[in-house]
Design a binder for this molecule. Sequence first.
Ligand code: PLP
Length: 295
Amino acid sequence: MAAHFALLIDPAPPAADRPDFADTFTVIDPSAPALSVGELSTQRGDGIFETIGVVDGHPQEVTAHLERLAHSAALCDLPAPNLAQWRQAVARAATACPAAGEGAVKLILSRGVEHGPAPTAWVTASVAPDHTPARENGVRVVTLDRGVDSGASERAPWLLLGAKTLSYAVNMAALREAHRRGADDAVFVSSDGVVLEGPTSSVILRFGDRFVTPATGTGILHGTTQMSLFEHLRATGREAAYETVPVAALARADAAWLVSSVRLAAPVTAVDGRELPVDRELTASVNRYLLSPRD
Ligand code: PLP
């Protein structure tokens, strides 16, 4: 997703209570150099981000994304972001997304330049790739050991497992490994055999009428798409629960999806080469919901 719009943000302190932050935004050329070579985001992946889906110009689930940005900032000891300022930056960037069709707004907050005075912050806008094939035909996944047990995030919070940090090299390596194994995507599992998440998605399983997602607290991101979908499922009379999901349960699921903000719900067609049933009708209705305006 190449950005065609970028806005540099002069981060305001969280207490700055003002109606308009427009003078803290600078539109920059997304194809021109903009960051200092001393940036810790590029030197160490030291920063956090969010990717927000934009449908027909409407940025989806902005509050949930901003709350997770604040949560990631706290886990990384970054200065608390001024959420009113970020909300205005998101609204500004969303106007650069297609008025009809899908786009994405990415928020980045880095620790800034080494020994510098402040974090560096920017947002970008891009046109989303066409994810219809994954939504309709699904994805084949392989399980990959994340190499840590399900208690690691509590025992070793410095691993930042529940933060959406810029250090996604491991997640990208997992995707490449999945491709090498002939799959489209991966599902991380803990070394003690618990289902975690995809490298860029949350996992949702269906057992009969019950929908289940792995409990947070095991070092996974709390997905905004999964949260929104659970709200929708409960509002339509379905049971949806957070549980510890043993790896063996994947084979027993009646259906499974990888869900995320831009690709939305991709049905899982096979796990480690074993076919899973695909509920096309339910998947289509879930994606219709995810494409409707959501706040
Ligand atoms: N887990 C990981 C590791 C992710 O990178 C993502 C999204 O990129 C998700 C889960 C899903 O989060 P969301 O639904 O908020 O996009």
